[in-house]
Design a binder for this molecule. Structure first.
Ligand code: BG6
Ligand code: GLC
Ligand code: GLC
Length: 924
């Protein structure tokens, strides 16, 4: 393999770069050589300064503080742990950018813990210079061709292949398979690649090539491959050091120290990208005139200054510049400079390494110089060896200073007195140069005496490590696929939602006509929204939501004042006997009256009773069936007002004047209607879900009269109970339904409301765990507990202001131990479930407002919807998703959503007030 054509230096053939400006040519030849060599000497103090300054630069970058181009980059990779040794399978590895103009393809088989090691097969390709400097697409097409050529020789057939892409340039990674090139280094300068995702570019090229089905599952830097491929010794290997064409290192950092990551636990591999370090204060004193010339003539002027003193791409060139200068000063080669000596890139790392070879070097130096068209004397040859040694010694020492900075960082972040650590080394400088490693080791010992470092050469140039990362990435990708498959049924298309809207419209029409329909469309005997003239003091009860409330509502000219108290209804009461439930309610009322000094008074009472009731008048409501976890016996089929009155009698309390019984949707519509006369729809998305709206009386078959309006309680929670929603129902909906106290009932409600969403999520998480996608496949007792996953967790977890680590904390409070990947997946499950709920709810609202618009024969309807319910109010995205769906499905309706501030008790009081006013008018 040769480096010719890949030097990353601007070709300025024939332009002499020596004698170096600013360097006089002393007459004494040995003095001059000494002077040149002297420039490459770096003192211990200077190395220490570099170590300190580099460490500082690393720490600044970790904190996310604005990093100048001259600083190290500290790029997080998505590698979170060193290999477990369990990774298995066949992987294709493509290496680009580590070694000059070469591209390597490998076939790596990982055998897991038990299996014996298998040697990878590999092939190298030389990248033509015009490809390195041409359009990006050409480079990636070249890579795809090399891949095909390599695979053609293997018996791979049509099987799908998984590829790890070792791409050794500074990149911003945002996932194991997403990586944006920041800038080319090391002699590459293909157009249209910087700022692009290189994985996508490779995928596109493979697709264009079209011969093999290859999935690019991971992208890694060469340092990461080097570290990950290292056979674990006494302890894991947590640093990867590469000195190849360029130089760089990676190491395992505590995640909590990496500001850009939202992570407080575990470790993450950071690619230091120290090649770009060039702090003037620290590097300035050691930069020679030759370094400046080299930089000046490179493709990336001013960039990668540190790398240009260490990387294999530059060592030969530094030597060449020194030799040309000395020749031009007449000190070497009798003052003769051959054209080759003046040509950039004519001395390579390989030459330097051979010249320094302790046994063969003396012989090789002659041959190499002769190949350059020179005719060296014995002393020339000796001088040349000194120059090579000086350049390479400095490189190894500088590299040691940088490694010492990384070691200090590790020691500091792990708060250890002495650090025992294994460093995996890779790259041709290590492989070829006879003394590089030993100088590096010696210098590290001096600069980081408290660290006990073992250096471990990498296996097959890091290919094994890339395969390891690919194995992990492949597992994660497979999990993602299973996650997507699981969530797919929750993701509804516009067509599906439009179908729900249409079915709802049909069911509404049938229900209104008294035909068989899952929508009961119950008349409420509320004929108008408030007009503002209502006055008086009223008692109200609000039963059926999260809280049971007793209220005193004062309606006056200046507005409505409310005093209320929340009482609990224990589950044993909600599901006990009817008598017990209503006795409890009366106890609460009596208590409230006593506290408010209302004992003995018989105020008119409005009863918000949020369950389906057949009404024959305002003060009569026959409970059809319980919903939402209530199941008190002997109530269904009974008039709820009578049950309340009987309980009052049993308690021998003051007779209450129950004037109206209203559904919570109606109470909410009335309450919001007091503020906005356009409010003609009531919507609840809380424990349960339901809607009511003002219908034309002529459309309501079971109520006499043809003119005017009546509010209809749709009881849309039961929509689909005739099986019409079965197409949308997932296996998780079925499980939730089966485990509920009313299987087969309230199917729409069970896909939307707060009582059920947490359960849907929990069942989905259980399934994903059984697939091994979540929680490492470990089922926990906690997650098997019914109702453990509250719907309020969805609201909390999906809150935009929450970081993933907080999401994890919420779940850990539930006793679930999970990784960041788990936390992200749980978040996605929550999003899918709540998004579907909001969209279904929106499809329902769209059906209602469109019906009102058509009833009135309007081109465009302006209407407001009064809304209440904890899910709607607390969830960060629910309300906007509902509104967006309505806009989409009912484009001719301008719908405003008004959140009810005072609960539906206020609305019940207003209905009562209207009834009292009408009653008085009738008496008169
Ligand atoms: C309240 C209303 O604000 O919201 C109740 O006053 C209603 O009448 C309830 O039932 C619905 O929400 P949730 O979340 O409490 O079921
Ligand atoms: C360059 C690249 C870096 C790589 C190193 C060694 O510095 O920017 O990503 O690790 O060379 O190949
Ligand atoms: C349930 C009830 C319904 C109520 C809704 C919201 O669906 O059946 O009457 O309006 O919950 O609380």
């Amino acid at each position: 393999m040769d480096f010719i054509g890949s030097l990353g230096l601007q070709q300025r053939e024939g332009v002499p770069s020596c004698p170096q400006e600013g360097l006089p040519c002393p007459s004494n030849s040995s003095e001059l050589v000494q002077e040149c060599l002297q420039q490459f000497k770096v003192t211990g103090a200077q190395l220490r300064q570099i170590q300190i300054s580099l460490l500082d630069s690393m720490e600044q970058a970790l904190k996310g503080q604005a990093s100048p181009a001259s600083a190290v980059r500290m790029l997080p990779t998505y590698v979170g742990s060193t290999p477990h040794g369990t990774e298995q399978g066949d992987f294709v590895v493509l290496e680009l950018g580590a070694t000059g103009a070469s591209l390597r393809v490998l076939w790596v088989t990982l055998m897991g813990i038990e299996g014996h090691k298998m040697e990878p097969r590999s092939q190298e390709f030389v990248i033509p210079q015009e490809v390195m400097l041409g359009p990006g697409q050409q480079l990636f097409d070249f890579a795809a061709r090399c891949l095909s050529e390599f695979l053609d020789a293997l018996p791979v057939g049509n099987q799908g292949l998984q590829l790890g892409f070792s791409f050794s340039f500074p990149c911003h990674q945002t996932g194991l398979d997403k990586s944006t090139l920041i800038s080319w280094t090391k002699g590459f300068r293909c157009s249209g690649v910087e700022g692009q995702d290189v994985v996508q570019l490779l995928r596109d090229a493979i697709q264009r090539q079209g011969t093999y089905s290859i999935d690019v599952v991971a992208v890694v830097n060469d340092t990461v491959g080097t570290m990950m491929g290292c056979e674990p010794g006494v302890g894991p290997c947590e640093v990867g050091l590469v000195v190849d064409t360029g130089t760089n290192a990676c190491y395992m950092e505590e995640a909590r120290h990496v500001a850009v990551l939202d992570e407080d636990r575990g470790r993450v591999c950071i690619s230091v990208e120290w090649g770009s370090f060039s702090d003037d204060g620290a590097l300035g004193p050691v930069l020679t005139i030759f370094d400046r010339t080299l930089d000046h003539e490179s493709l990336n002027l001013g960039a990668q200054r540190f790398e240009k003193m260490i990387g294999g791409l530059y060592l030969g060139e530094l030597v060449r510049l020194v030799l040309a200068h000395l020749a031009q000063c007449g000190v070497l080669f009798g003052g003769y400079t051959s054209p080759a000596l003046l040509r950039q890139g004519s001395i390579l790392l390989e030459h330097v390494a051979e010249i320094e070879d302790p046994s063969a070097g003396a012989a090789r130096v002659h041959a190499i110089l002769q190949d350059l068209g020179l005719n060296p004397s014995a002393s020339d040859a000796e001088f040349v060896q000194h120059v090579c040694a000086a350049v390479c010694t400095r490189a190894a020492q500088l590299c040691a200073a940088a490694l010492a900075a990384v070691l200090s960082r590790l020691q500091h972040s792990r708060e250890q007195q002495t650090l025992q650590i294994a460093v995996a080394t890779g790259g041709r400088v290590f492989e070829r140069h006879p003394r590089f490693l030993s100088i590096l080791q010696e210098t590290v010992m001096l600069l980081a005496p408290e660290c006990d470092v073992s250096f471990i050469p990498s296996v097959d140039g890091g290919g094994q490590g890339v395969a390891m990362v690919t194995a992990v990435a492949a597992r994660l990708a497979a999990h993602r696929c299973l996650l997507e498959e699981t969530l797919a049924p929750f993701r509804l298309t516009r067509e599906q939602l439009a179908a729900v809207q249409a079915q709802m419209r049909e069911a509404m029409a049938k229900g209104l006509q008294g035909e068989a329909s899952s929508l009961r469309m119950l008349p409420t005997y509320v004929r108008d929204t408030p007009d503002g003239s209502e006055r008086g003091d009223f008692l109200a009860l609000d039963l059926g939501g999260t809280n049971f409330r007793v209220l005193l509502v004062h309606v006056a000219t200046g507005g409505v004042q409310i005093t209320s108290q929340i009482y609990s209804i224990p589950e044993c009461v909600a599901q006990g006997s009817g008598q017990q439930l209503f006795d409890h309610i009366v106890d609460c009322i009596v208590d409230f009256q006593e506290k408010q000094g209302l004992s003995g008074q018989s105020l008119p009472l409005g009863f918000t009773f949020s369950f389906p009731c057949t009404q024959l008048g305002l003060d009569q409501g026959i409970l059809l069936n319980w919903t939402k976890g209530f199941n008190a016996s002997d109530c269904e089929g009974q008039d709820v007002v009578c049950l309340l009155r009987e309980a009052i009698r049993r308690r021998q309390a003051v007779e209450l004047n129950v004037v109206a019984i209203v559904n919570d949707t109606v109470g909410t519509m009335m309450s919001c209607g007091y503020e906005d006369p356009h409010c003609e729809v009531g919507l609840i998305v809380g424990t349960g879900t339901n809607a009511c709206y003002m219908e034309e009386l002529r459309n309501v078959a079971i109520v006499a009269g043809d003119s005017g309006h009546m509010c209809i309680n749709m009881e849309w929670g039961a929509f689909g109970d005739d099986g019409s929603l079965s197409m949308l129902s997932t296996r998780f909906d079925a499980s939730v339904d089966q485990a509920s106290i009313n299987p087969g009932k309230q199917r729409f409600e069970k896909m939307i409301s707060g009582m059920y969403l947490g359960e849907i999520v929990r069942h989905t998480l259980l399934h994903l765990t059984s697939l091994g996608v979540l929680f490492r496949g470990q089922q926990t007792q906690r997650l098997q507990t019914r109702d453990i996953f509250k719907t309020k967790f969805l609201s909390e977890i999906e809150s935009d202001s929450l970081a993933l680590r907080q999401v994890r904390a919420i779940l850990e409070d539930l006793g679930l131990s999970l990784t960041s990947d788990d936390a992200l997946m749980v978040l996605e499950v929550c999003q899918a479930v709540s998004q579907r709920a909001a969209q279904l709810c929106g499809a329902g609202v769209a059906a209602v407002v469109e019906k009102i618009r058509e009833n009135r024969g309007l081109e465009e309807l302006t209407v407001s919807v009064g809304v209440d319910g904890t899910l709607y109010k607390l969830h960060p995205h629910f309300s906007s998703l509902v509104a967006a769906t309505v806009r989409e499905l009912a484009p001719r309706c301008v719908v405003t959503f008004l959140q009810s501030e005072d609960g539906s008790g206020k609305g019940a009081a207003l209905v009562t007030a209207v009834a009292c006013r009408l009653a008085q008018m009738t008496c008169v």
